[in-house]
Design a protein around this ligand. Structure first.
Ligand SMILES: *Cc1c(COP(=O)(O)O)cnc(C)c1O
Length: 408
């Protein structure tokens, strides 16, 4: 995507990018040092408002916290979403500190430790079981604690979703229980002291193709309708996954969320109302909710010319933003959108390669990008940094200090 699109989403003050209502250089001085991540509340709110305005009212919105577990941001979102999805004991703790009640916190992921399971059962969290071993552990924890655990069965579907950045369903998977074995599993654990509320199908992440997402949701509804017949109680929980992507490179087209929503209206008022009227449909999103609200801000430490090529060396890099660098040398690396944040209205005047401060050629933030001529101390801003940034990067690599982080 053209960086201009992102500049206009954030806005401009005095020729600088506006983040959290401030011009960037003011934000940088308040942060005290660079590099840092900043997440813009107004953009977060706008994204939630957009989704609420197009999604059927019956569909609940869950925030998948692993995209960005910063407690302040999670607190902000907790007032605006219906549910939170967590994937570890620490994330569970952050979710339990919000206004979302425990029964609306779901816990997914393969390899939940027995201690995490006990903690989740004790707190009354909905556990999305991914294997029969986990079911046994949940039952064990329930009888030890004298409570009836709430669970949903995560299903590895009998279809896969093409076009996902990451496929997490279909074929052999570490995620979920294979769809064809679910009826037997449900029969086995009938009367075992579990409150089985429904099912969760998450087929993939970072998908920009609305018709593929729509098809996956349709197949999920049909699959769950057949599985729901094997439940003791009417189905209450129908987690359709999410996987809504955001554009990172110039080649990416934004997701047509209206088209996804139109399909959901059809499903909610069609198959879901007809076959599973007791079910609450849930869409679970991480990246799409928070990814576009965040920036990663670094400062130019050096500007050098090597055999005709201009290099801007910044004080951050792949240790804070692994994905923008190309994930340790991925086959096809594409530039993330970036700008000189204190010169967003200056005309583009040179091509420069923006590199981080790590001693590896992999530490590349922008390869031969067109920018206004930048000087030492200028602020280089990388967009689309609200999800899978800081906590998804190798911060210990080379031992530089951790970056700042703020919700503004
Ligand atoms: C990672 C994950 C998500 C969030 O995926 P995004 O692509 O960030 O929306 C949602 N649900 C489950 C089960 C996940 O593992």
């Amino acid at each position: 995507m053209n960086p201009d699109v992102h500049v206009s989403r954030f806005g401009v003050i005095d020729g600088e990018l506006r983040v959290g209502g401030m011009r960037l250089s003011l934000l940088a001085s308040r942060m005290g040092s660079t590099p840092f991540f900043a997440y813009d509340r107004a953009l977060l709110d706008a994204r939630i408002d957009l989704l609420r305005s197009v999604l059927p009212t019956k569909v609940q919105l869950s925030y998948a916290m692993k995209a960005n577990p910063m407690p302040a941001l999670v607190q902000h979102l907790a007032n605006r979403v219906d549910r939170i999805d967590v994937a570890s004991a620490l994330e569970m703790q952050v979710a339990l500190d919000t206004v979302i009640r425990p029964g609306l916190v779901s816990f997914a992921g393969p390899g939940k430790a027995p201690a995490e399971i006990r903690q989740a059962v004790a707190a009354g969290i909905l556990i999305e079981v991914e294997s029969t071993t986990e079911i046994e552990r949940v039952i064990g924890a329930g009888s030890e604690l004298g409570v009836t655990p709430s669970v949903a069965v995560r299903v590895n579907p009998d279809f896969s979703v093409k076009g996902s950045g990451m496929r997490m369903g279909g074929g052999p998977q570490q995620f979920g229980i294979d769809a064809e074995t679910v009826p037997d599993v449900l029969r086995t654990y009938r009367g075992a002291g579990l409150d089985i509320q429904g099912f969760h199908v998450f087929a993939g992440s970072q998908n920009l193709n609305a018709s593929i997402i729509a098809e996956a949701q349709r197949k999920t509804v049909n699959l769950v309708a057949t599985l729901a017949e094997h439940l003791e109680e009417p189905i209450r929980y129908l987690n359709l996954g999410g996987g809504f992507g955001i554009p990172y490179s110039q080649k990416d087209e934004p997701l047509d969320v209206d088209a996804v929503a139109t399909n959901l209206h059809d499903l909610v008022h069609g198959e879901i109302d007809r076959l599973m009227p007791t079910a609450t449909p849930v869409i679970e999103l991480g990246r799409y909710l928070v990814g576009e609200c965040g920036v990663y801000v670094t400062r130019v430490l050096d500007r050098k010319i090597s055999r005709g090529r201009t290099y801007l060396v910044v004080d951050g890099g792949m240790h804070h933003q692994l994905a923008a660098s190309g994930n340790f040398g991925q086959a096809i690396r594409r530039n993330y959108p970036l700008v000189v944040g204190n010169r967003v209205e200056a005309s583009l005047g040179e091509r420069a390669t923006v590199v981080g401060c790590l001693c590896t050629p992999l530490d590349l933030l922008g390869d031969d990008v067109e920018l206004p001529p930048a000087e030492i101390d200028d602020l280089i801003v990388v967009f689309q940094q609200g999800a899978y940034g800081l906590t998804a990067s190798p911060t210990a690599f080379l031992g530089h200090p951790a970056p700042g982080e703020a919700l503004v």
